[in-house]
Design a protein around this ligand. Structure first.
Ligand code: NAP
Ligand code: FE
Length: 368
C-alpha cells in the first residue's frame, strides 16, 4: 500500500442557509475586509445581501470586477487595492474565478512583485492574507484547494499557483447560493467536478483514501447532474458536495493531461473552463485506455459510465459538444495547442508516455 499525507486545513461549513453564520467565523481582531467577487454573481446569488449585514462591525471594500478566467493583470490590481486599504482578510465570493482571484490577491497583498514570478517558483517572502471562500458554482473545488489558476494573455497561456498558504481558512459552502446559476453554468461546472475526480483517480499521485473521494464524487455527478441542470435543488446540493470531494481529490493528486490540454481551448477560443474539459474527455479516455499504465482504472470508469449510456452520450445530453470543430478550432492551431501543453508539469503525473504528436492526435480524434 502507498504511503500518503492527507491534509485539508480548510474548515468546511456545509449546508443550506449556512452563509447566515459567516459572522461566527470572522476573527474579531480583523477590522478591514476585502470582498473579491464577479460583476453580477454577488447580487444574482443573493449572497451579498446576506454577507454585508454581517460585516457591520468592520470596514469593508469591494473588488467586484473579476472576469472569467482571471488575468495576472486583474489579480495585480486586486492585490494593490488590498494593500492600499490595508485589509487583513480577503473573502472570495463567486465561482472559481473570484475565489482564485481572492487567493492571488491574498498573496500579492503581502508579497512584492508579480504573480507570474510566484507561479514560476519564486518562494513567497511572507504568508498570504487569510482567505475565506464562498462558492456560488459547483464547481472548481477552489473552496478546498491550495490552487489558484490565472490567465496570462501576453503568453497566451493559463497556469496555476499552488501554496499551502492559500488554502482557504474557512469555506462556507451554502448550496442555496448556487441555485441562481444558469443551466449552462450548472453543466459546465458540474462537468469540471467530474473531470477533477476522474483525473485525480488516474493520477500517479493518488492513493487509496483519495480514490474513495474521487470515485464517490464521480458517482454523485452521474446521479445528479442531469437533475441539477433542470434546477432540482436537492440535486444541486449534491453537486456542491461532489465539488468539495473532487476538490480534495485534486488537492492530493492534482489534475493531469486533460486539464492542461483544455487550457488552450479557453485561452484561444474562450470556451468556459468546465466545458473545455468535457469537450475533450471522451478523446482523453480513449487515449488512456490505449496508452496508459492504468488501463484497469480506465475500465472501472467506463463501467461506471454505463449507467448514463457512456461518457460521450452523457456529455452530449447536457448540450455540450465533444467535437472540437464546433468550438471554432482549426486544425492548424493544434500544433501550438500541443506545444503549450507538453511543457506543463502535469504531464509527469499522467500515467502514460506522452509525446507532442500524441496530444495532437487526441485533439484530432475529436473530429471523427
Ligand atoms: P466562473 O468563471 O467563476 O463563473 C462563470 C460565470 O457564471 C460568470 O459569468 C459568473 O458570474 C456566473 N456565476 C457564477 N455563479 C453564479 C450564480 N450562483 N448565479 C448566477 N451566475 C453565476 O466559473 P467557474 O467554472 O466556477 O470557475 C472557472 C475558473 O476556476 C477558471 O479560471 C478555472 O481555471 C478555475 N479553476 C480553479 C481551480 C482551483 O482549484 N483553484 C480548479 C479548477 C478550475 P460573474 O461574471 O458575476 O462572476
Ligand atoms: Fe477544473
Amino acid at each position: 500500500m502507498k504511503d500518503f499525507i492527507f491534509n485539508i486545513p480548510t474548515k468546511i461549513i456545509f449546508g443550506n442557509g449556512k452563509i447566515a453564520q459567516l459572522k461566527e467565523y470572522l476573527d474579531p481582531e480583523i477590522k478591514r475586509v476585502l470582498i473579491v467577487t464577479g460583476k453580477n454573481v454577488g447580487r444574482k446569488s443573493g449572497a451579498l445581501d446576506k454577507i454585508v449585514p454581517q460585516l457591520e462591525q468592520k470596514q469593508f471594500f469591494f473588488f467586484d470586477k473579476v472576469e472569467e478566467n482571471p488575468t495576472l493583470e486583474q489579480v495585480k490590481k486586486c492585490g494593490e487595492l488590498a494593500k492600499e486599504k490595508d485589509v487583513q482578510l480577503v473573502i472570495g465570493l463567486g465561482g472559481g474565478s473570484p475565489m482564485d482571484a481572492a487567493k492571488g490577491c491574498a498573496v500579492l497583498a503581502t508579497n512584492p512583485g508579480n504573480m507570474i514570478d510566484y507561479m514560476n517558483g519564486k518562494p513567497l517572502s511572507h504568508e498570504p492574507l487569510p482567505v475565506i471562500c464562498v462558492p456560488t458554482t459547483s464547481g472548481t473545488g477552489s473552496e478546498v484547494t491550495p490552487y489558484a489558476i490565472f490567465t496570462d494573455p501576453e503568453n497566451q497561456s493559463k497556469g496555476g499557483f499552488s501554496h499551502p498558504g492559500i488554502f482557504p481558512r474557512v469555506s462556507i459552502i451554502d448550496p442555496e447560493l448556487t441555485y441562481s446559476m444558469p443551466e449552462d453554468v450548472v453543466n459546465n461546472t458540474g462537468l469540471d467536478v467530474l473531470t477533477h475526480a476522474l483525473e485525480a483517480y488516474l493520477s500517479t499521485d493518488t492513493y487509496d483514501l483519495n480514490d474513495l473521494l474521487a470515485l464517490h464524487s464521480i458517482e454523485i455527478v452521474l446521479e445528479n447532474l442531469e437533475a441539477a441542470s433542470k434546477k432540482d435543488k436537492k440535486a444541486m446540493s449534491r453537486m456542491s458536495y461532489a465539488s468539495i470531494l473532487a476538490g480534495i481529490a485534486i488537492t492530493h493528486a492534482s489534475t493531469i493531461l486533460l486539464h492542461i490540454m483544455a487550457y488552450p481551448l479557453t485561452v484561444f477560443q474562450k470556451v468556459p473552463h468546465g466545458r473545455a474539459n468535457a469537450a475533450l474527455l471522451p478523446a482523453f479516455l480513449r487515449f488512456m485506455k490505449e496508452k496508459s499504465v492504468v488501463k484497469e482504472r480506465v475500465a472501472r470508469l467506463e463501467k461506471m459510465f454505463e449507467r448514463v449510456g457512456g461518457i460521450k452520450h452523457f456529455i452530449n445530453s447536457l448540450n455540450i459538444s465533444t467535437a472540437l470543430s464546433s468550438y471554432g478550432v482549426d486544425k492548424s492551431q493544434l500544433e501550438l495547442f500541443a506545444q503549450k501543453t507538453i511543457i506543463k508539469g502535469d504531464i509527469e503525473i499522467t500515467p502514460a508516455e506522452i509525446t507532442e504528436r500524441d496530444i495532437i492526435n487526441i485533439y484530432l480524434s475529436t473530429w471523427s
